[in-house]
Ligand binder design. Structure first.
Ligand code: SF4
Ligand code: SF4
Length: 379
């Protein structure tokens, strides 16, 4: 039977104490982390937003968990891949969220999934995808811990410990999953990701949550809780119930339960659920009102591909060597070319090019939409 702890935490000045209490209620980290373990901590670093916008896991929560991992004998590594629309989003989000600085100060290594490489992995008993590219730091870790933010979500209603692992995919796979166009299919795809990652622990930042149009455009709400569990699914069941949602209607929870991960009746320790319960405003969303064929038709025209700038390229081959799906092809004349059919939009080639010779080629729709986004951010 999985346990989920709920601990009151009215503001971030008390975070460390509340986190220790939430973990102690479950018996501590001693049976999870062993000396020398590489522990990958996966916060939600959705976008380049400051902590007060409540779109990302608060840096105090990340820092406290890094310290506790070190105390337990592990080596903390903090990583995520942000956004789905443009390259370079993760580097900006790591800084703006305050997570990079907090993690480094707490003694952790920080990795950017966008540029750390991906491996194509077979999905056991798949629901939607036979194979998926997964960020290498996740596959290389001994232990994976989810550090989600308590938020609403326009597509999955609620986002928490399981959905948090959507960030381990490269942009192209994320786009394909969004093109599934239906909430339940999206939930099944997230369950496919979860079956590879299989985290050992989850700790949720619910001190300030996000209600309304989450996961990025909702309103911060003082929810005042920290939740923890050795089972991400159980944590999501309790957290979604806590904010007034039906847990079994959350597509990602329904998806993982279809794969027989966890049970539907976790035991709560710490603050009783009825005392912590509140009501989050739901997202206005309307994602599924757009027919899938329309999403697919427009998605086709929204492309942001890397392109090798031959004037700057010195043919060093670094992009070719660091491209997981072998999309950078060496031509007979020694030049390199990117095969867009194979490219998964991870942008590792840009990261590794010593001559800044990998440009970004945007379609007209992508240019228009990303410029509009910049304009909104500036105003
Ligand atoms: S070409 Fe570049 S962006 Fe595309 S998959 Fe290879 S490394 Fe990633
Ligand atoms: S890494 Fe840069 S300079 Fe080297 S081959 Fe690729 S594009 Fe050219």
């Amino acid at each position: 039977m999985s346990k989920v702890s709920i601990v009151r935490c009215p503001d971030y000045s008390d975070t460390r104490k509340a986190i220790v209490e939430a973990i102690d209620l479950l018996g501590g980290l001693k049976d999870i982390i062993h000396s020398g373990d590489r522990v990958l901590l996966k916060p939600n670093i959705l976008a380049a937003s400051p902590p007060e916008s409540a779109a990302t896991t608060h840096p105090f929560v990340v820092a406290s968990m890094c310290e506790l991992v070190i105390q337990a004998g592990g080596k903390p590594i903090v990583g995520d891949g942000a956004g789905i629309s443009r390259p370079g989003a993760t580097a900006k989000a790591l800084k703006a969220s305050g997570i990079e600085e907090a993690a480094i100060r707490a003694g952790a290594q920080v990795v950017n999934f966008e540029t750390a490489g991906f491996t194509l992995v077979d999905i056991p008993d798949h629901l939607q995808f036979r194979k998926l590219y997964i960020a290498n730091p996740v596959l290389e870790a001994d232990i994976v811990i989810s550090l989600p933010k308590l938020k609403t979500h326009e597509l999955t209603y609620y986002t928490g410990a399981v959905k948090n692992f959507f960030g381990v995919l490269p942009l192209k796979c994320r786009k394909e999953i969004h093109f599934l166009g239906k909430r339940d299919l999206f939930g099944e795809a997230v369950a496919d990701i979860y079956s590879i990652v299989r985290p050992s622990f989850a700790l949720m930042d619910g001190v300030i949550g996000m209600e309304g149009n989450g996961p990025s455009h909702g309103n911060p709400i003082n929810s005042g809780v920290i939740l923890a569990s050795e089972d991400c699914v159980s944590l999501d069941i309790v957290a979604s119930e806590l904010i007034g949602f039906d847990p079994l209607k959350i597509p990602t929870t329904a998806g993982v339960l279809k794969k027989d991960f966890a049970n539907q009746c976790p035991v709560i320790v710490g603050t009783p659920l009825k005392e912590a319960k509140m009501k989050f405003k739901k997202s206005g969303g309307g994602v599924t009102t757009v027919p899938p064929f329309l999403t697919r038709s427009f998605g086709k025209y929204f492309t942001i591909y890397p392109r090798i700038n031959r004037k700057k390229c010195t043919r060093c081959g670094a992009c070719h060597l660091n491209c997981s799906p072998h999309a950078v092809e060496r031509l007979e004349d020694g030049e390199f070319r990117i095969n867009e059919g194979k490219c998964i939009l991870c942008y590792c080639c840009r990261e590794h090019c010593p001559n800044n010779a990998v440009d970004i080629k945007k379609s007209l729709l992508a240019t228009l939409l990303t410029e509009k986004e910049n304009l909104i951010r500036r105003t």
